[in-house]
Structures are given as C-alpha cells and as structure tokens.
Design a protein around this ligand. Structure first.
Ligand code: SF4
Length: 455
C-alpha cells in the first residue's frame, strides 16, 4: 500500500452512502405498493435468504444506528413472537415455501435478549413453514456477549447455526463508558469459547472506529486484545455519526470524536495489523483468514454485499421478517414498518407489515450491479457489464468516468478498456469512488444531513 497523505485524504470526507443497497433507503417510498411487493413474492423463483429482526435491547449503546426497542418487559418480547408467527403465516401464503432456504439470519436489537426456548420456538416455527433448507445453508446470529448463555447456544447448535457475529466495538474503558456499553474482553472471550465448544466454525467480531475518545494509540490496544480471540473474520465499521437521526448519538461530546485524519490512521493501522496477523482485507470493512470461502468468491468475481455484510451467496431473494426489516429481490427492495403498533395492526388485519420500498428501473438495475461490484470486488469488469446490460460502458457512464478522473490522477483508481481497478489505498475511499455511479447523489449535494461521512 502506498504512503497515505492523510491531509490530502481528509478532503474526501463528505456525506455518502454505505451502499448496503442501491438505490439507498432514502429512495424507498410508498410509490412501491403492497400489491407490487406481493407480486414479486408470488412470482419469485430464486432461493431464499430469510432475515428475522428481533428488535429488543435492555439498554442503549449510544453509537447504535439500528432500529431498536428498549424494554425490560418480558411480555413485550413474547407478544412479538406471536406477531412474528402471524407474519410468517401470511408470507407462507404468498411465497412458494418449497423454495430452498440458503441463508437465515437473526439480527437486532439483541436476538439473545430472548430466552433459549423462545429462540427455539421462532426457528422451529419458521422451519415448519419453510421446510426446504439447503444442507450448506448459512445460518447465523448477531450476539451481544453480555446476553448469551449455554442454553441459547444449545438451541443454535440444534438448528445448525454455523456463523456467529459478536459485537465488541472497542475495549478501551473510557470509550466503553462513553458509548454506554461496558463489556470486558473476558466476557467476550467466554462467549467466543462457548460458540467454539458447540462447533461454530465461523466466528466474526465487530469493531467500530470513529467513536468518542478513540485514537490510534487506544485502538492499537483494542486490536491487541481482540486478536487473542482468534476469530475467523473481523468487521471494522466506520462509525456513522448521524445525530439528526439517532437521539442517543446526541449524548456524545462531538469534540471527543476522532478527526477524519485520525480515523484514517486508525483504519490504515488496522489493515496493517490484521495483515500482519495473517488476515486479508475483504471489501471495504471486513478481514478474513486466507482460507475463508470469501477469497475463492473474490477470485471468481462473485463476492456480494448485502445488508449483513459480505457473502458468497449472491442472487438469493432476501425476505425480511419482523419490525423494520428490509427484503431484497433483484428488482426491488421492500421494508416493513418501523412502528410497533402499525406492525401489529397490519398483521391483525391479515396483511404483511410492509410500508415502503422501491422497484428498480433498468437504470437502477445497471447502476446497482456496477456499484455493488465496486463495493465487493474493488473493480469493475467493463466488458462483462456491457455484455450483461447491453450498453456501451464508456458512453453510458461518461459523467461518472469524468468524475473519477481525480481519483485516477491521485493513483487511487486505474481505468483501461477492460476494467476499472481501485488501488489498495483507494479502497479506503471506496464509497467516494462508487458515488459517481449513483444517479441520485446530485439530489443530496450540499445536504449535510443525508448520509454519514465517508471518512
Ligand atoms: S448496539 Fe446492539 S445491543 Fe447496543 S443498542 Fe444497538 S442493537 Fe442494542
């Protein structure tokens, strides 16, 4: 990786999407109607990826951007299970339930805020309605080590869970106090050991950089600590500071947030650190051991990015279940309501709790392919895009290629007749490099409250 001029890089710090979807969620609207969604569900033939959102948490981590319901009332949790079952019943009336399930993911919230027997009840119910699970399905759960016990792990083992993602974020005591999440390394280690004891062969650890009071020196210590867990993958996310959207983020003293230069130093150090410990970078924010299946996918240009990160299982129809969850087909995104009462009302009336979404135009479909390929593989195979979409790439994307020139001049991107390739250093700015291909960006120019900062 070439030497980074951090001063020069900070000029790229501007609001930009993370591209977990394209078009981004800002384009979701009620123009995409319930009937449209049902039509897609009913006509779909692709394999299924099921996402179940369990939104409850005991207390707020102030950095959190998830849609969370804070409660200590057990009846709220059990009532939600009853509604999940109603939703699964209605879905089963609109989907061919024999379609093969190749992915299942519990996200939250804190999925393990639920007791073992409740988790068992949810998974068993889904399996009773969608019985055709692939032998090598990816079955995963996000786990907060502060809420995790052996009974829950036994349920996961019984249902064939094979991936677990542990939230860590940072190990520094002051940072943990500030973000309102006290989680000693020993606690995380006990959780990781428990997962390993039950044969989980893919363990991921999530970290976040850009949090209050973090700096390069403090983050070095966090890395020294988490490497002792020896996970299979790390995800290192850039903290998205969007206090206009998330109230808890307003609790931070913004003067304690690391500068863009400091954040780049942290991330650059993180790359070197993990590479020095035998991991390789995957996409914009993941690291994995070289034998990980993600690298075989990269070699074939088949790595995909979705709402849960990077995956080798592209092309599945993602069906979101639960409050606020997002579904994705090749030509649409559909999101459930974020409001618990509206969620329950819809289900009581026998409707899915769908609220909004977007149907992809031909242009969206093409740009999605290009942006997702960039985000996942850091390159674009121009000829392949031309063949698959019947376009002249350089004519169609003339404006984008003009806008990329500054990155070419800075040796961050190389463009030839066959391929656009992002340099290793350029990967730090992958969101900026993808933005010229986004047809909606101009709408947000000058709007500082649209997205989090890219750097
Ligand atoms: S980070 Fe996880 S545990 Fe913390 S508030 Fe967000 S969803 Fe809940």
């Amino acid at each position: 990786m070439s030497t980074i001029d951090f001063e020069k890089f900070s000029k790229y710090s501007k609001p930009g999407p993370r591209y977990t979807s394209y078009p981004t969620a800002l384009e979701f609207s009620d123009d995409f109607r319930y009937d449209d969604y049902l039509r897609f569900l009913e006509s779909g033939k692709e394999k299924l990826s099921l996402y179940v959102h369990l939104p409850f948490c005991r207390s707020a981590c102030y950095f959190c951007g998830c849609n969370v319901v804070f409660t200590s009332k057990e009846e709220k949790l059990s009532q939600y299970i009853e509604y999940l079952k109603k939703e699964i019943d209605i879905l089963a009336n609109h989907i061919d339930t024999n379609r093969e399930v190749i992915q299942f993911h519990f996200g939250g919230g804190t999925p393990t805020y639920y007791k073992a027997f409740e988790l068992d009840e949810i998974v068993s119910y889904i399996k009773s309605k969608f019985p055709n699970w692939s032998e090598d399905a990816e079955i995963s759960c996000e786990i907060d080590p502060r809420f995790f016990n052996e009974d829950q792990m036994k349920v996961f083992a019984k249902h064939g869970f094979n991936r677990i993602s542990f939230g860590v974020q940072d190990l520094d005591a002051q940072v943990q106090k500030e973000i309102h999440r006290i989680q000693p390394l020993e606690l995380t280690k006990a959780a990781v050991d428990l997962a390993r004891k039950y044969g989980i062969n893919s363990i991921n650890t999530d970290l976040i950089y850009g949090l209050p009071y973090q700096n390069l020196e403090s983050f070095k210590k966090t890395l020294e600590g988490v490497i002792t867990l020896d996970p299979d993958r790390f995800a290192v996310f850039n903290y998205a500071h969007v206090p206009w959207l998330m109230k808890t983020m307003r609790k931070f003293d913004e003067t304690t947030l690391p500068s863009p230069e400091e954040k780049l130093k942290i991330f650059r150090y993180t790359i070197d650190f993990f590479e020095g410990h035998g991991y390789k970078m995957v996409g914009m924010d993941h690291f994995a051991k070289p034998e990980d299946e993600l690298f075989a996918a990269i070699a074939k240009g088949e790595l995909h990015r979705n709402f849960q990160g990077y995956t080798t299982k592209g092309g599945a129809n993602l069906v979101g279940i639960g409050l606020t969850s997002i579904g994705e087909g090749s030509r649409y995104y559909a999101q459930n309501t974020k409001d618990m009462k509206a969620y329950e009302d819809a289900l009581d009336e026998g409707r899915l709790p769908f609220e909004r979404g977007v149907m992809l135009s031909e242009d969206d479909y093409l740009r999605k392919a290009v942006i997702m390929e960039l985000m996942a593989n850091f390159s674009i195979d121009i000829r392949r895009v031309e063949q698959e979409h019947g376009i002249d790439f350089k004519a169609y994307f003339a404006d984008a290629l003009d806008a990329l020139q500054e990155f070419v001049d800075a040796d961050l991107v190389e463009i030839n007749a066959e391929r656009i390739t992002v340099s290793p250093t350029g990967t730090l700015l992958i969101r900026n490099i993808a933005m010229p291909f986004d047809a909606y960006m101009h709408q947000y120019a000058g709007n500082k409250k649209s997205f989090s900062k890219t750097v």
